[in-house]
Design a protein around this ligand. Sequence first.
Ligand code: SAM
Ligand code: SF4
Length: 361
Amino acid sequence: MQRGEILCWLRESDPTRLADLWRLADRTRQEHVGGEVHLRGLVELSNHCVRLCGYCGLRAGNLSLARYRMSDEEIMGCVRMAVKFGYGTVVLQSGEDPELTCQRIAVLVGRIKAETRLAVTLSLGERDDHDLATWRQAGADRYLLRFETSNRALYERIHPSRPGQRGDRLAILATLRRLGYEVGSGVMIGIPGQTYDNLADDLELFGRLSLDMIGVGPYLRHPSTPLADRDIWPDAPGDQQVPASEEMTYKVIALSRLVCPRTNIPATTALATLNTAQGRELGLVRGANVVMPNLTPPKYRALYEIYPDKACIAETGEACHYCLHGRIEAIGRQPGRGRGDSPNYEVRFAAESTSAQIRNV
Ligand code: SAM
Ligand code: SF4
């Protein structure tokens, strides 16, 4: 897909033309990843975070948030629930929490792999090469790390580096790929100052990175974060600012599908937060093929407050399970069986192995 075409779609507002985009994305999804909707059980391990991301309610500077960290036994309870509900994957997500040591996560991953057949996805923030390699060796299959925006200046403003270190998420994505992980990344849509050109760059970068998983969702303002202050963080000038809207999110899901046809794309909780009644379903018929039912124990859910009014915080794991099953069946699709590995990974891995062999001849 040409850049001009991406930009035209991002600015399109005619419902008839947009219906063509939704149809094209849905057809591409069916052809390349099929009709199954893969379920990933999400466990939000800890809301401790040492970072100061300007957009996120878990940032270290948010002193009004009560913090929690789950015990290994609590985490294993969620993992067993994932098995009971027939999910193929468990996703372990957290703030950047130094107490989640390399060793602790490695033991946990090893235990999950020994006791279950689940694929394990980690989303624990920016960790060093040694940690990532150790977890891969312990059996972790996938890693999610959004680059948030490909505009370097905007990224550095909203995502300050740790003192003395330059946080380079693209470099970490390259390491993950070298280590053999299925690699997931993505962006927020409608960050103050994000332009249409920036978003087109993001989509082009998805294609160049040949991502195995792409997570995109609207930026949602959290009042206890710096980005919520419109005087300090103004929108891009004129008509350049990307809206953090539901429709824009569907456009980016659909275009991600067209740019990376074999990738796995979730209909995210942030999207469901904008439209509780139908956000997930509409995401699924406009290019997405994954949902992430929340398994975090109810007593912790409200504390994983990335943004306010998050969907499903009052539910139990069981309620989320039945709710999402019903939604998938209502749109005529089937819950996925097996691990739901990314078809892109297989193709990419084979191509990379061949070129490595050629280099070694
Ligand atoms: N700490 C890890 C990290 O940053 O990659 C994983 C957890 S973090 C909460 C997961 C994602 O939440 C981030 O990559 C970001 O895109 C998203 N997020 C954070 N604050 C948000 C907000 N205010 N609105 C929408 N998404 C947000
Ligand atoms: Fe921490 Fe991730 Fe939130 Fe940044 S986005 S403050 S790293 S939890």
